[in-house]
Design a protein. Structure first.
Length: 89
């Protein structure tokens, strides 16, 4: 990691429980903060503190494991459950 405060797209996706290709949609929809391009025009980075604030997280493990806010987690789980039910039919 270039700096523990900044996460690249893969690290951000893992932290949020998303796929990398979903990040731009979540940013566009206002569910994630805009990335910074301080490491170059092709290196978007997300500020850990901004991600945590957008999720309503006030305390995070120092290990930086996957952290989910209840609202986002519930939305993702509901979407996955709906897909599973649809494919099970």
């Amino acid at each position: 990691m270039a700096d523990e405060k900044w996460l690249n797209a893969a690290e951000t996706a893992k932290r949020m429980g998303l796929r990398v290709d979903q990040l731009s949609r979540y940013v566009r929809d206002g569910k994630l903060p805009e990335p910074s391009y301080r490491f170059g025009p092709k290196s978007p980075r997300w500020d850990v503190d901004e991600l945590d604030a957008s999720m309503g997280v006030t305390q995070v493990s120092r290990k930086r494991n996957v952290v989910m806010p209840s609202g986002l987690a519930n939305a993702i789980l509901a979407r996955h459950q709906a897909r599973r039910q649809k494919t099970a039919r």
